[in-house]
Design a protein around this ligand. Structure first.
Ligand SMILES: C[S@@+](CC[C@H](N)C(=O)[O-])C[C@H]1O[C@@H](n2cnc3c(N)ncnc32)[C@H](O)[C@@H]1O
Length: 482
């Protein structure tokens, strides 16, 4: 079946399960706002949303078919349509018996349950939905050594290696149950496990009864937008579960609601007809987006850059280490600036100026200049120690944007361009004898190219934050020196 037919069949399936984007008056499920004949509508979408393609903003996503006011309920997915570990097990006795015999985490259970279901092929009740899952993911755990090293920054390399190791451990400790369930070799391979982990990490929604979350048909077509500052602030400063205007304040705009026994999605802002309707999955740095979702944002207000700080700094303050970073815009975080001001003060004066530091106030012009000069020097040093500059990375990205028709073309462009580009050819076997020049690029090579591009893109964003921090420090020093 071709993709369009699979999508059509999925939409019919979702409609029969009661998935609906008909406009509801908030809080009253049955009252229709605009179209009282919605029950005759043949598709679960079309009243508020439609599926569309957004090449530079997530690919397939959901588009507003009318103006959608902020806060309006725009999609409801009944609990019975959610694919969870529980309902996968309740419909498969073998699976539930096996799960009860092994000690597995909730994510491992959902991973095994998903692979078990996919293994049933067309016989699975979920088949129309499963056809809509991507065939591969670019999450960090799927990066090979070349792609990991392309991140260049130690923290990022470490995060990627940790993600890979964790996924491998989870897979290894689930081999027993996969054998007991007599998975075909393909479904018990590490590659299949990465696919299932990628599906869970990038497509599940939070539910209160299962730490692994649930798959939400149609709801998982929403692409991501970073939360607005207002939402982040409310999460930071309000106790969990606090209510504003009767609705719980949270970072995401999709939530499981007991009263309607459904996953409900609300417009996070006012949308005009034709806009892509986005969902905030949470507050993530670009590295976290890459780790869990396999993409990054060019402009991510929640991005952070960590740099090595003076070793004697950490004993002076009580802020958590991960609160000391450079912001997306290049400014040092509140905690980083405060800790560094304290660090740049002679120990004998700490007691008298600590309250100023903790209030975020500068200590003195001299102190501020010491901090800014140190930061500027450190950012320069970090940038210098990375093997490529921002300009080189950007040039490489421009070259890689090209749609390569053949192996010959890739070789012509990449061979000798940089050490890294030659290495790409080597690790992908494109330099071996017998690789025909006119041959098109294999799917594997194309995927490898995409992940390499993501790694380069990530490191450019990191370097730009450091570069902007240098400019910020220079500006402050100049202002103070006037
Ligand atoms: C829950 S799915 C969203 C729907 C997805 N586009 C699809 O076709 O099924 C999440 C995935 O969509 C992609 N995505 C979501 N938001 C994105 C964005 N703002 N930019 C790039 N990719 C995005 C990423 O691949 C992510 O892992």
């Amino acid at each position: 079946m071709e993709e369009a037919a699979k999508l059509e069949s999925f939409m019919k399936w979702a409609t029969t399960l009661g998935v609906s984007d008909s406009p509801f008056i908030s809080g009253d499920d049955d009252e229709q706002l605009q179209n009282p004949d919605h029950r005759q509508t043949p598709s679960c979408l079309g009243q508020s949303l439609t599926i569309s393609y957004f090449p530079n903003a997530g690919g397939r996503g959901l588009c507003a078919v009318r103006d959608l006011p902020k806060g309006q309920l725009i999609l409801k997915v009944p609990k019975s349509a959610l694919m969870t570990s529980q309902n996968l097990m309740s419909n498969d006795l073998n699976l539930s018996i096996s799960v009860s015999k092994f000690s597995l985490s909730s994510t491992q259970i959902l991973t095994v349950a998903l692979l078990n279901e996919v293994g049933k092929g067309k016989l699975s009740w979920w088949y129309p939905y499963l056809t809509q899952f991507p065939s591969n993911y670019d999450i960090l755990a799927s990066f090979d050594q070349f792609q990991i090293q392309a991140l260049q920054v130690d923290d990022a390399i470490w995060a990627a290696e940790k993600a890979l190791e964790k996924t491998k451990m989870e897979w290894k400790s689930a081999t027993g149950i996969m054998e007991e369930l007599v998975f075909k070799p393909h479904y018990k391979s590490f590659k299949a496990w990465i696919w299932a982990s990628g599906s869970i990490s990038s497509r599940t929604m939070h539910v209160p009864w299962d730490g692994a979350g649930c798959f939400c048909p149609v709801g998982d077509f929403f692409n991501y937008a970073a939360p607005e500052e207002e939402q982040v602030v409310s999460e930071d400063f309000m106790a969990d579960g606090m209510c504003v205007n009767g609705r719980s304040t949270r970072l995401t705009d999709g939530v499981f609601e007991d009263e309607s026994d459904a996953y409900c999605f609300y417009a996070r802002t006012n949308y005009r007809k034709g806009d892509q309707v986005l969902l905030s999955y949470g507050t993530y740095t670009n590295l976290e987006l890459l780790e869990h979702y396999g993409f990054i944002l060019n402009s991510n207000p929640n991005d952070k850059a960590y740099i090595p700080l003076p070793c004697d700094l950490h004993s002076l303050h009580s802020w958590p280490k991960d609160s000391l970073y450079i912001n997306h815009s290049g400014t040092p975080s509140f905690a980083m600036l405060a800790a560094m001001r304290l660090w740049a003060t002679p120990t004998r004066l700490h007691k008298s100026i600590r309250h100023l530091c903790y209030s975020g106030l500068p200590i003195s012009t001299e102190n501020e200049i010491i901090v800014m000069e140190w930061l500027q020097k450190k950012c320069l040093q970090v940038l210098k120690n990375l093997s490529t500059s921002i300009e080189e990375d950007e040039l490489l990205l421009t070259v890689l944007e090209k749609e390569f028709e053949s192996v010959m073309e890739v070789k012509n462009v990449l061979l000798g361009l940089t050490g890294e580009s030659s290495m790409f050819l080597k690790v992908n076997g494109l330099l071996e004898d017998g690789i025909g020049g006119e041959m098109g690029l294999s799917k594997k090579t194309k995927r490898s190219l995409e992940k390499w591009k993501l790694a380069i893109w990530w490191r450019v964003r990191y370097k730009k934050m450091l570069h902007d921090c240098i400019l910020y420090c220079i500006r402050v020093i100049n202002d103070l020196s006037e």
